[in-house]
Ligand binder design. Sequence first.
Ligand code: ATP
Ligand code: MG
Length: 541
Amino acid sequence: TEEEDYRARVEAAALPEKVREAALKEVDKLERASDQSPEGSWIRTWLDTVLELPWNERSEDAYDIAAARAVLDADHTGLADVKDRIVEYLAVRKRRADQGLGQIGGRRGGAVLALVGPPGVGKTSLGESVAKAMGRSFVRVALGGVRDEAEIRGHRRTYVGSIPGRIVRAIKEAGTMNPVVLLDEIDKVGSDYRGDPAAALLEVLDPAQNHTFRDHYLEVELDLSDVVFLATANVLEAIPEPLLDRMDLVRLDGYTEDEKVAIARDHLLPRQLAKAGLGGDELTVDEAALRRLAAEYTREAGVRNLERSIARILRKVAAQTELGERELPAAIGPDDLRALLGRPHHVPESAQEPAERRTAVPGVATGLAVTGAGGDVLYIEASLADAETGSTGLTLTGQLGDVMKESAHIALSFLRSRGAELELPVTGLRERGIHLHVPAGAVPKDGPSAGITMTTALASLLSGRKVRTDVAMTGEVSLTGRVLPIGGVKQKLLAADRSGITTVIIPKRNEADLDDVPAEVLERLTVHPVSDVREVLRLAL
Ligand code: ATP
Ligand code: MG
């Protein structure tokens, strides 16, 4: 009978004792349930799920750290710091295993490595490499948009159509009890009335609890203590605090142009050539072409769009070849891009006609910001309200957050109180309103780091002097004009460099952050660390 069959499978599966007991109990229930009852079908599905889990499967760890380093190096160009950090992590795991110690636990124990950075910088693919380096199977659990605790921990079996949660499904997919599980986009879990997925994740990641993880559907305990959990996130601020506490952060801030060219040459191009069915000896794309692709056709912190553009070129070449319009072998140089991809999307400000530049009129200043997509330049525009409209005071637009709004008020107050000293004509300001706008309004912006940019935009408006086109800036401003430190210096400088900015103003107290900025970028940029907003105005106007 069916029940005998299940009983035999349960016995053959060498399940952990408690699981075996629970499974046999279910077989007994199945015996009593009538053939057509819904209960019978629930029990069958549950038994199948339990029997499919890899209770006794585990892979042997390949703890050769030098070989692991070689795997990381082979899969990813650059990222020396990140690879160092991963190798340290593996080395510590190996030493602890050698000495018969368990995994590192507790708060701030560094149990979970979290790779944090903008899109397309290789976070997910590094996770895969870690699994490969350890000789473990790899599963990715996409957490983006998960709002329901049951997504993580499953629904109770009484719930119609219930299934196990993502963790149990990941183990099943991995086929071993000790895979590398990448909790992808952990910054995008939300919570609502259906419970807090972050709390469930916390339990999953907690070494004190995760050897007895309970999925609502499975009901029996699952030992997750041998799983290596990694996490990825775009924005640190969006990771729930208790989760953040358990993570060891590894930052990936984005690539310079040279790094992108090297990545494209070593990895993206060979992969896309193979995908397009083109041999490496049939088609070459030279470095100058790759560089132009990175600079003018894509503008991003990572390399995802760069890879897409390469794929587009190769598809076109494949089609042209098959249509008899192109002979292979062929070579693609920078001048071929226009014919293949059309006009470039990104022309640096400095390369544009003076009249077309954003800062061509007084009142516009260039700032630097960090968004979920990496660093970016942003323009702050100030204008005087029409005298006839009679509006006074400060109008702010562009979806600004509260902190950014405060910055605008501080900037204006500073100029009002110090205008005379700065020789800015601030008379009449009380009668005429000022409008401050941060374009690209669909992106909500917040944070204090636009303070000096707002001050500069307003000072430019009031003095009628244009802001220098090649200058971008970041820094918080106080009521007395002091420039206070901000975050994201590396991402912001990379963004300035991508946009063709040549001079950057940063707070003096952020000077130490320049150590993290690639030398190649610092060579191209003139960086002015300042402590007072008067210096900013002298440099920018
Ligand atoms: P997201 O936040 O959008 O998920 P991600 O950081 O996970 O982005 P990946 O999908 O890992 O990005 O990377 C995008 C592509 O770029 C992958 O094909 C990856 O292999 C490649 N890539 C990124 N960085 C490197 C690098 N340093 N060397 C080689 N390939 C790289
Ligand atoms: Mg990813």
